[in-house]
Design a protein. Structure first.
Length: 159
């Protein structure tokens, strides 16, 4: 994602494809940062919704592995779930997180602040942010943020 002067972007666009296969020009300077916040807000909402759904399925007697497999084969599957969903399986949590709960919370806070400045309601992102706060309070702030799954299991009496 790129924001800035269009002529400058056009001049370096071929080089950007050397860095990665997908390049999107978004508009003036700052546009890419706004889009990063927007994507991260949605990413966390999707991940937290996934966690609560699998925790419910598991409490109903469905094996966690089977629930994760079903989600990844369903219409709600996404690239993010493809690499994060296996993390909630036994032994799946990475030793070094891609984005720990504290870091993800920082991006949520910045995105929510931008939404407030723009007068854009963000109710789902606000609730997701609260679950990241709970995750940190539960001592999981240094873990991959998808560890919020453990919070749902504890809240449901499964952990």
């Amino acid at each position: 994602m790129v924001g800035g002067d269009r002529a400058a972007y056009d001049a370096v666009e071929p080089l950007l494809y050397e860095l990665g296969p997908k390049v999107t020009y978004l508009g003036p300077q700052g546009s890419a940062l706004v889009m990063k916040f927007a994507i991260n807000l949605s990413l966390v909402v999707q991940g937290i919704s996934f966690c609560e759904s699998v925790a419910m399925a598991e409490k109903a007697g469905i094996a966690r592995e089977a629930a994760v497999d079903a989600v990844l084969k369903s219409v709600i599957a996404s690239p993010m779930l493809g690499y994060r969903a296996p993390m909630i399986l036994d032994g799946g949590m990475p030793d070094v997180p891609f984005a720990n709960a504290a870091l993800q919370q920082k991006d949520q806070t910045l995105g929510l602040r931008l939404g407030q400045e723009l007068g854009t309601p963000l109710p789902f992102a606000t609730l997701a942010s609260q679950f990241l706060t709970v995750c940190e309070a539960a001592g999981l702030g240094d873990k991959e943020w998808i560890a919020v799954y453990d919070v749902f299991r504890q809240m449901g009496g499964s952990a």
